[in-house]
Design a protein around this ligand. Sequence first.
Ligand code: NAD
Length: 247
Amino acid sequence: MGLLDHKAAVVTGGAQGIGLAIAGAFAEQGARVVLGDIDRDRVASAAAALREGGADVVGEACDVTSESDMEALVASCVERYGSLDVMVNNAGITRDATMRKMTAEDFKTVIDVHLFGAWLGTRFASAIMREQGSGSIINMSSISGKVGNPGQTNYSAAKAGMVGMTKAAAKELAHLGVRVNAIQPGLIRTAMTEKMRPEVWEQRLTEIPMGRAGEVDDVAGVAVFLASGLSSYMTGTVLEVTGGRHI
Ligand SMILES: NC(=O)c1ccc[n+]([C@@H]2O[C@H](COP(=O)([O-])OP(=O)(O)OC[C@H]3O[C@@H](n4cnc5c(N)ncnc54)[C@H](O)[C@@H]3O)[C@@H](O)[C@H]2O)c1
């Protein structure tokens, strides 16, 4: 018996990192999963690797900033698996720079991928879930959206915006049986954080009461909780997965 038996999920940004770990954890709990990612080759090989482990997973090329791509992504889950029970809006990028150097395009692109992308995912997924009378939507925010990080005015704004969007959507959808929650990871070891300068990484580590960076599975476990019936009376919440940083 898995926590997500008979459920079908879509995970954006699922070709690597946190999204891929979430997909693997969902599959371990019995879910069938559609991975969406802008990296066509990587998402295909990520899905193939999970299938080799016995999971029922497919990879689809998709740009979360494209309305037609996102509509097609959620539709493909329903066509293939008969329902859409869990939507994880996880795709993300960084374009870090101080405001002196950040271009308007850097700002707009980051807002577009995180905030508009998650809004599209929430909108299209909830259209299906409201008809089903059930569903769980999980938006991948960041602790950067709570505290703000220098060099990340774009990213922090997008991640804080996702919290407001999550709460508004939760209120719109609660009476329809659809829950919407957000996760705010702290410092998690992925390709995204590998780009950080070593001295910045070391400085961030000193801020973490648990004394270590997070691993992708630390976030995936919380996503399983929010996706499953274990969190049946939770909506509009923001769960921090930070090892105690910035509490
Ligand atoms: N790693 C961390 O420390 C950390 C902390 C807080 C929040 N997050 C958030 O978690 C999420 C996953 O981050 P990660 O660390 O696994 O990053 P990652 O770079 O390893 O993975 C991000 C994935 O998103 C995909 N992607 C990027 N733009 C896309 C688009 N327009 N359409 C579809 N897919 C797109 C990439 O191809 C990639 O596969 C992001 O939203 C990130 O902001 C990460």
